[in-house]
Design a protein around this ligand. Structure first.
Ligand SMILES: [Zn+2]
Length: 296
């Protein structure tokens, strides 16, 4: 066998093994992670004006449902998430955490197949969960990669980006959170850099709640996650975690290699409500990262 093909085949086999090893964690992740977290947090007590929230961000406080709260700065910031709650232990002692710095240097050549996105328009269901603005998706929108189909559950945003490419953060990052029939999560990350105004994002920002609030249905507004995909479908793939507590591992990450554009005003509108919402990059350790441009 050609050595290049052989190494790629091994890479994919190793990824599959990693996936199997994490199957249990993944189920936990899908329960405690994106879905449940979003649901409970969205029912949490509104945390007041954005300005007030920013000032109190460093303070230790309890959320409305009695759980410990976490923040992006101060004493309950990312370095302390693992000790904020026993349920968040993976944030501190996990070894396959997200986000990471994506570079060709530590990556195996790309061998994974194209992602087939089949996203449908959905009525706008929008939540400010106290950490980000999230759009919940109705069923029937999927992405399929290497025969595995994931249903789109929701998408949300971070500023600046969480993943870095060659050490450089983008101005924002969008996360499209999916789950497959086995309960594994698959997240598509789309980096966003300052440039032209993003009209699809504008539709959402128009309805962005400035305070934490339960889901609001804007049934006259339709959004489509497809509008946020870059033209070039190349992506980085690796096994990681949720980037927010409980930081559950076993998450399949697909980070699109090309960014899309947003205006400076749009970034500022989001950052003005939430402040900085990026977890710092985590250790890659001995993980495999499949990269679109690597040649070895
Ligand atoms: Zn996210």
């Amino acid at each position: 066998m050609n050595p290049i093909i052989k190494s790629v085949a091994l890479s994919v086999a190793a990824l599959a093994l990693a996936t199997a090893a994490h199957a249990e964690t993944v189920k936990q992740g899908s329960d405690d992670g994106a879905v449940k977290t979003a649901a409970t947090e969205s029912h949490g007590k509104p945390t007041g004006q954005a300005t007030a929230k920013k000032e109190s961000r460093g303070k230790a406080s309890k959320s409305a449902h009695g759980g410990a709260s976490w923040t992006y700065s101060g004493s309950n910031g990312p370095d302390s998430w693992g000790s904020v709650s026993a349920k968040f232990a993976a944030c501190g002692d996990g070894t396959t955490q997200s986000p990471i710095n994506l570079t060709a240097a530590h990556a195996a050549g790309m061998s994974a197949g194209n992602i087939d996105f089949a996203y449908q328009p959905t009525q706008l269901r929008i939540v400010n969960n106290g950490h980000t603005v999230q759009v919940n998706y109705s069923g029937g929108s999927t992405m399929t990669v290497e025969g595995e189909t994931f249903d789109l559950l929701q998408f949300h945003f971070h500023a600046p980006s969480e993943h870095a490419i060659d050490g450089k953060l983008a101005d924002m990052e969008m996360h499209m959170v999916h789950r497959n029939a086995a309960g594994e999560l698959g997240v598509v990350g789309v980096l966003m850099n300052i440039g032209a105004e993003n009209l699809a994002l504008g539709e959402i920002w128009q309805h962005m709640p400035r305070e934490a609030t339960p889901e609001r249905l804007k049934n006259r507004n339709v959004v489509n996650a497809r509008d946020f995909l870059p033209h070039n479908a190349n992506y980085y793939r690796y096994m990681g975690s949720l980037t927010t507590p409980p930081c559950s591992e076993g998450v399949n990450w697909f980070v699109m290699a090309d960014p899309i554009e947003v205006s400076r005003e749009q970034v500022e509108q989001f950052a003005g409500v939430f402040g900085a919402t990026n977890r710092p990059v985590q250790e890659v350790n001995n993980r495999l990262v499949l990269a679109p441009y690597a040649t070895n």
